[in-house]
Each structure stands twice: as C-alpha cells, then as structure tokens.
Write a protein that binds this ligand. Structure first.
Ligand SMILES: C[S@@+](CC[C@H](N)C(=O)[O-])C[C@H]1O[C@@H](n2cnc3c(N)ncnc32)[C@H](O)[C@@H]1O
Length: 278
C-alpha cells in the first residue's frame, strides 16, 4: 500500500516575505532601543527625553512650558499637536511605545489625565522611565504593541507616536487597541510611512473598526523641527562617534536618508485621530 503524506501547507510567498520583514523590524527595534537605553546611562550628552523627530507648531498655535522643559519643546509639541483635539483631562490614557517616558511625562504634567500608563517593548527603556519619572503618577510596564495585555474597554485614549512603523504585525496592534479602548474611545497615532503605504494604512484603520476623525500630513512641521534641532543633535551624537552613522538617519539629520525622503515626499509623517466604532 502506498504511504499517504499529509499535503504540505501552501504558504503564500508574500506571507513569508511579510514574516521575514517583521522579524527584521523586531531585531532592528531591539538593537536601536537597547542601545538608546545604554547610551542614555553611559554618555554625558546623550540624555534625550523623547525619541520622536519633533514638530514645530503652526504660527497660530502655542504651547506654554515650564522653563526646565524648554529644551524638549519640539518633542513635546509633537504630543501636544497630536492630542490637541482631544481632552485627556480626567481620562484613562495608554501610551504605546513610550520609550524612556518623556511623552508620558508631558501628558502627566500638562494634560491632567486620571490614569496614565506607558508601555514599551524594550525593558531597559522602561526601567529608565521608571527611574526618571518616579515622582509622577505614571505606570510604566514592558509590553508588546502587537500583543497587548491590557483590560478590555478600559482606556479613553491611546497615544501612539512614531512607533508603529516598527511593528511586525500592524493588524494585531489595531485589534489590541480596539479591544482595550472604551466604546467611542480614540487613538491619536502619528508616524512616518512611505507615501505609497498611506492608503493601505487607512484601509487597515477602517477594516479594524475605526473611523477616521482627523487625517493630516504633518511632514512640513516635522521637517521644520528637524532643521531646528539639527545642530543640537549633531552635538549630542559627537559623544557617540562609533554610532554616528547608525543614528544619523534615525535622528533625521539633514542629508540623511529619512530627512531626504521626507523632503522629497517619498516618506510622509501622518497624524490621525481614530475613533472606535460601536
Ligand atoms: C521612535 S521611538 C518613539 C518613542 C516615543 N513615542 C517618543 O515619541 O518619544 C519608538 C518606540 O517604539 C517602541 N516600540 C517599537 N516596537 C514596539 C512594540 N512592538 N511594542 C512596544 N513598543 C515598541 C520602541 O522601543 C521605541 O521606544
């Protein structure tokens, strides 16, 4: 009798490619952000509060900050601008991709939430956030955006700044956010995407049960911030000459790939306010 072998599962080539890219993204994120936490502890100058490209506010908008927070103005302005149409006061807020806690600090200090939690994949960054912001009523916890362990129907607002481009499974992320948001809860999400990926991302929002309340291309304001911060960033990176080339594009320095692509329109920095349907 002839032996019967189970049919081999057909795996679509695209799926293999998607998994491979996802795997590489996670390795990249782990290397960059563990290095970030390491340098923050070791280097005298490398003491950044936030890790986004920053944003210069349009002329008609202002943000009043305490004198000691002025050095982080453009990074806090990114949070301010992303959340400006939402009221976070007395609300339950989750930041996904909170890095070393600068964004949570801004939300806690200036936007008066009732409950605030920041999660990040990289434990060493979370440990640093806990240490730096222990005086503030913020919960920091290691967590994976693509496998959220947060309670269902709990948060009023999810904040997600410049983090989602590194996720291996964007669909799993959106499903998790949908679950943890209260009915009609909102997410402020701002990040870079290749221009040709923007329509697909918007389709994903819709197909995962969100309605798009606000959509804005904020590239222009981000490029202004990159111009403004270029000199300071170069100074900071002098402390880490070994990693200069590595961090150049990551920091969006003038002449780097990220800067060029944003200026040429190949990359877009998009901001969305999404609302959970139903
Ligand atoms: C460019 S930084 C932005 C940090 C912060 N939102 C800010 O604006 O300063 C991206 C952050 O996303 C985090 N991240 C990347 N992939 C993640 C994942 N799968 N789950 C949770 N955090 C993740 C990184 O560790 C990093 O701290």
């Amino acid at each position: 009798m002839e032996l019967q072998y189970p049919a081999r599962k057909k795996i679509h080539k695209n799926q293999v490619l998607k998994k491979g890219i996802g795997f590489l993204k996670v390795i990249y994120v782990r290397i960059v952000y563990n290095l970030n936490a390491f340098l923050q502890k070791r280097s005298a100058r490398f003491k950044t509060t936030c890790f986004n490209f920053g944003l210069v506010l349009p002329e008609n908008e202002t943000l009043v900050l305490k004198a000691e927070d002025e050095k982080d103005r453009i990074y806090f302005q990114m949070y301010q601008y992303a959340c400006r149409t939402l009221s976070l006061k007395e609300k339950a807020i989750l930041e996904i991709g909170s890095s070393v806690g600068g964004g949570c600090y801004f939300i806690s200090e200036y936007l008066q939430p009732k409950y605030l939690k920041g999660i990040d994949l990289i434990e060493s960054q979370i440990n640093l956030a806990k240490k730096r912001h222990q005086q503030h009523p913020i919960v920091f916890e290691q967590g994976n955006a693509c496998n959220l362990k947060e309670p269902e129907n709990f948060y009023d607002v999810v904040v997600n700044i410049e983090s989602s481009h590194g996720y291996p499974d964007f669909s799993a992320f959106l499903k998790g956010v949908y679950k943890t948001l209260k009915k009609e809860g909102t997410m402020a999400i701002a990040d870079i995407r290749y221009a040709y990926d923007v329509p697909k991302m918007e389709e994903d929002f819709i197909s995962h049960g969100f309605s798009i309340q606000h959509q804005e291309d904020i590239t222009k304001w981000v490029l202004k911030a990159l111009d403004e911060s270029d000199k300071t960033k170069r100074e900071i990176l002098k402390d880490t000459p070994l990693f200069y080339t590595f961090f150049k594009s990551f920091a969006g320095l003038k002449g780097s790939r990220n800067y060029r692509y944003l200026a040429e329109g190949k990359l877009r920095y998009m901001l969305y306010i999404l609302q959970k349907n139903g």
